[in-house]
Design a protein around this ligand. Structure first.
Ligand code: HAM
Length: 419
């Protein structure tokens, strides 16, 4: 019979990877809660229109990468390619803005993009995502970046660079778009890729984000947003950078950073690592004032970021796998029931304990205990059963002791010894 395999670009995660995922999520929970963020869980499936309207029709994500299909009633649904759009939908639908002055929310989970899989790029990947809704101040932008930075430091990701830029606002972007369009039109048409030829008129900012080398070279001389934004945007950006200086977060202003999604304005940022090859962005985010209103919600500003967990996984320092405390070796059938009681008593006292499911020879048991890397082996043969003891062997030092196991206090003493 032929085997059923997993879908290309989708992965199973066994330990230690699955444990690393939990470790990252717990670290994020810990850091984010100190900044007042609370967890939100949203569906992986949404109406297609949500992503088309928020991320933008001209983006690669919406144009080429979404898993979109009709349901049984022919409604177009999409597996979420990112979390922000769903969080906005949920924020609007729940009326959260009427119940609290501002909302700080985080989400974890799988996202789906039909990209060409390679190291650090999957079709199902996982994000740690945070959004701060309802606050416009530059200090909030700096706080969001600081939270991301603190999270990445807490999981000891080495050698990261933070790039930051401003994308202006609805007031100043149209004039910039005109200037950019004039520049793009001044370049001979055969220089651009097919997509950019179209984007030039439909959404010129997207040309700045094109990954085709020819287009990348051509946009080098394009006017930069940071030089053309209005006074308010320039002032906002200056204050964000000043706050980052104050709290000593190192950054580089990258005038070419536009990000791949249409909803951004003002502050945008990306964190990259030089150590994971071409898919170097480990996190990205920015401000998206206007998005909530565009999706039919209240006129509330927002800013957030997402980290790619698969990319962080490539950078996490290797942790030694935890060792079980005890392997309980039962040498004959008569000891099985008694052994099971001791096993449960140890687990109830917080000891990580395993037991042989069937009696075997001492040699076979010791081999198994060593394979599991247990710290101790507890041996129970006919002699130990008769004396109501277990023989406790320290597998690192080889020391051996008998422990009585008749009363609750005996079991407490045994657990204390094994801890
Ligand atoms: P994004 O830059 O599209 O932003 O994705 C954020 C991060 O997700 C990337 O920096 C990368 O680490 C990871 N990532 C993206 N695509 C893949 C993939 N195919 N395989 C593995 N990892 C990937 C967003 O998604 C925005 N929603 C972030 C945001 C939140 N902005 C404001 N709030």
């Amino acid at each position: 019979m032929s085997k059923i395999t997993r879908i290309k670009g989708f992965a199973d995660y066994f330990p230690p990877e699955s444990e690393a995922f939990t470790f990252m999520e717990n670290a994020a929970r810990d850091v984010f809660s100190r900044y007042g963020y609370r967890e939100l869980r949203t569906p992986v499936l949404e109406k297609t229109e949500l992503f088309a309207r928020s991320i933008g029709e001209e983006t690669d994500v919406v144009k080429k990468e979404m898993y979109t299909f009709p349901d049984r009633k022919d409604r177009s649904l999409t597996l979420r390619p990112e979390a922000t759009a769903g969080v906005m939908r949920s924020y609007i639908e729940s009326g959260l803005a009427t119940r609290e002055p501002y909302s700080k929310l985080f989400t974890f989970g799988p996202m789906f993009r039909y990209e060409r899989p390679q190291k650090g790029r999957m079709r199902q990947f996982h994000q740690i995502n945070a959004e701060c809704l309802g606050l416009t101040e530059p200090s909030v932008d700096a706080e969001v970046v600081a939270m991301l930075w603190q999270f990445l430091s807490s999981i000891r990701i080495p050698n990261l660079s933070l790039e930051i830029n401003t994308l202006g606002c609805r007031e100043c972007r149209p004039a910039y778009n005109e200037a950019l369009k004039a520049y793009l039109d001044s370049v001979p048409e055969d220089g651009w890729c097919e997509d950019c030829l179209r984007r030039k008129s439909t959404n010129p900012l997207r040309v700045l984000d094109c990954k085709v080398p020819g287009c990348k070279a051509l946009v080098d001389n394009a006017p930069a947003l940071v030089d053309s934004v209005c006074e308010e945007c320039s002032d906002h950006f200056g204050q964000v950078l000043a706050h980052l200086d104050d709290i000593e977060i190192p950054y580089t202003v990258n005038k070419r950073l536009v990000r791949g999604l249409d909803y951004y304005n003002r502050t945008t940022f990306e964190v990259t690592s030089g150590e994971i090859g071409s898919q170097s962005a480990v996190a990205g985010g920015g401000r998206y004032d206007g998005l909530i209103r565009d999706l039919g919600g209240p006129d509330q500003p927002g800013i957030g970021f997402a980290c790619g967990m698969e990319r962080l996984l490539l950078l996490l320092p290797e942790e030694e796998a935890p060792r079980p405390d005890v392997y309980l070796a039962i040498l004959d059938e008569a000891g099985m029931a008694r052994g099971f009681l001791i096993l449960q008593a140890m687990r109830a006292r917080g000891i990580i304990a395993e037991m042989s499911p069937a009696p075997k020879s001492v040699k076979a048991m010791m081999r198994q205990a060593n394979r599991l890397r247990s710290r101790f082996c507890l041996l129970m043969g006919p002699d130990e059963i008769a004396r109501d003891v277990v023989q406790v062997k320290n597998l690192d030092s080889g020391d051996q002791n008998d422990f009585s196991v008749t009363s609750e206090s005996d079991l407490d003493a045994l657990a204390d010894f094994l801890r």
